[in-house]
Design a binder for this molecule. Structure first.
Ligand code: FAD
Ligand code: SF4
Length: 464
């Protein structure tokens, strides 16, 4: 039997999107969603559910779509996932639920992410969410540090269990990477705000512009009467290449570039007053989602963009869909090359990047073939803006001076992967601050497991 292909996700035209920050993927219509839902085999042992880090009952919500019972489909998703409109848009489903779908063995898997997004975007979505009611108050107080997906999940779960939760966020807007990292054209900020409003509707308070470790310390939070503390401070410190010339003008870390563009709305300058300088020739270094987001943002700001990546395309860690989008939009790729020096002009502005060609050797500890420089193959490319997008480091500022909370040599917090317990009783952690750079859903999965452990801790407090 010939398998039907996936119903394609409608997208904005390339001409329209290259000069706009509007969302690229437009979402399924009702008829498209039902046609895609009809491809699902409703497997008795659904492997897709095992592939989802928060184990959403995928076949059950897909069945409700077929029956046009969209509100019930959303209720099923919300049982396991408090941020479905975000996950439907940015989860690497190809490596998770969709990567396990049996239809993918001989053809194309069900577009589970597209269907999740469809359900989460229903016009009655807030009505469905408001049905979720919190348990009666327990009188316990929890402080949550950071407001990314790990923290929002912990906060929502604990509030539903009746605890009083306050989130402390260093920036002026909550949402973590969802707000300051991932651009509007992939994840509209109104969607993030709406998901945060849902978490607030459960009774969670959010205090912005509070840097734990600077404005107030963990010890002081305990003194203020918090019974437990959750750390979800993420991996927001940029990594640099450490090569000559990296301090020249025109070289940004991806963090700075994306924060200026997303959070400070530099693409609407002068309406918003934070500018970002994008020259004619932009070079982006890296091959992950951060590199793709930087390249596609720079392209929309008028740059001629080349991504330099040290391995081949098949090893790029970025989501496949986003690499395809970047190519369609005109981003160029230079594979098997790595920068070794930045060259500046007489005014201290970057004007060239010296690179060396690479070949692939034996696999390294990540399982990917190691890139090896080819001697004597150096060459230069023109650049007046460079964006370094080679990963982020954890940001443990909130535990500076807290000797009882142990860190690894990489700066991540040592915490039990199942319970989030750190070396200090009453302090829990999950998300990128524990795992290093990972994904939205893995941060949420860690947050969810930790919420249960915090609940147990709170309810057993004072009993022994
Ligand atoms: P974060 O989202 O990093 O949130 C941490 C929050 O803590 C921040 O708001 C920070 O300001 C705050 N904070 C830090 N220190 C303090 C302090 N001392 N006091 C108070 N607040 C503090 N993942 C995907 O699944 N799909 C994608 O497509 C994807 N694209 C990405 C694109 C970019 C540009 C980036 C940077 C990451 C991307 N990721 C993607 C990864 C994903 O966003 C992260 O894994 C996820 O956001 C981690 O969640 P978190 O809650 O641990 O931390
Ligand atoms: Fe449907 Fe694929 Fe999940 Fe089977 S594995 S239930 S076909 S989505």
């Amino acid at each position: 039997m010939k398998l039907k292909p996936q119903v394609p996700m409608p997208k904005r035209s390339v001409e329209e999107r290259i000069r706009s920050f509007s969302e690229v993927a437009l979402g399924y219509s009702e008829e498209e969603a039902i046609a895609e839902a009809n491809r699902c085999l409703q497997c008795k042992v659904p492997r897709c559910v095992e592939g989802c880090p928060v184990n959403v009952d995928i076949p059950a919500f897909i069945k409700k779509i077929r029956e046009r019972r969209f509100e019930e489909a959303l209720e099923i998703i919300l049982e396991k996932n408090s941020l479905p409109a975000i996950c439907g848009r940015v989860c690497p489903q190809e490596n998770q639920c969709m990567g396990r779908c049996v239809l993918g063995v001989k053809g194309e898997p069900v577009n589970i992410g597209g269907l999740e997004r469809f359900v989460a975007d229903q016009k009655d979505r807030m009505k469905v969410r408001m049905k979720v009611k919190a348990a009666p108050p327990t009188g316990k107080k929890v402080a949550v540090i950071g407001s990314g997906p790990a923290s929002l999940t912990v906060a929502a779960e604990l509030a539903k269990l009746g605890h009083s939760v306050t989130i402390f966020e260093a920036l002026h807007e909550p949402g973590g990477v969802l707000m300051y990292g991932i651009p509007e054209f992939r994840l509209p900020k109104r969607i993030v705000r709406e998901e945060i409003d849902y978490v607030k509707s459960l009774g969670v308070k959010i205090e912005t512009n509070v840097i734990i470790g600077k404005t107030i310390r963990i010890e002081e939070l305990f003194n203020l009467g918090y019974d437990a503390i959750f750390i979800g401070s993420g991996a927001g410190l940029p990594r640099f290449l450490g090569i000559p010339g990296e301090d020249l003008n025109g070289i940004y870390s991806a963090n700075e570039f994306l924060i200026r563009v997303n959070l400070m709305k530099a693409y609407e300058f002068p309406k918003y007053d934070t500018p970002v300088k994008v020259g004619d020739k932009v070079v982006v270094i890296g091959g992950g989602n951060v590199a793709m987001d930087s390249a596609r943002s720079a392209l929309r700001l008028g740059g001629d963009v080349t991504v330099v990546y040290r391995r081949t395309e098949e090893y790029m860690p970025a989501r496949r869909e986003e690499v395809i989008n970047a190519k369609e939009e005109g981003v160029k790729f230079l594979f098997l090359a790595s920068p070794i020096r930045f060259i500046g002009d007489e005014k201290g502005n970057v004007c060239k990047v010296e690179c060396i060609r690479m070949k692939l050797g034996e696999p390294d500890e990540s399982g990917r073939r190691r890139p090896i420089p080819i001697k004597g193959s150096e060459f230069t490319i023109d650049a007046d803006t460079v964006i370094v997008a080679i990963g982020q480091r954890p940001n443990p500022i909130c535990v500076y001076g807290e000797k009882d909370v142990k860190l690894t040599s990489h700066g991540t917090i040592v915490a039990d992967p199942e319970t989030g317990k750190t070396s200090r009783p009453g302090v829990f952690a999950a998300g990128d601050i524990v795992t290093g750079n990972a994904t939205v859903i893995s941060a949420m999965g860690g947050g969810k497991r930790t919420a249960w452990a915090i609940h147990e801790f709170l309810m057993s407090k004072g009993k022994s």
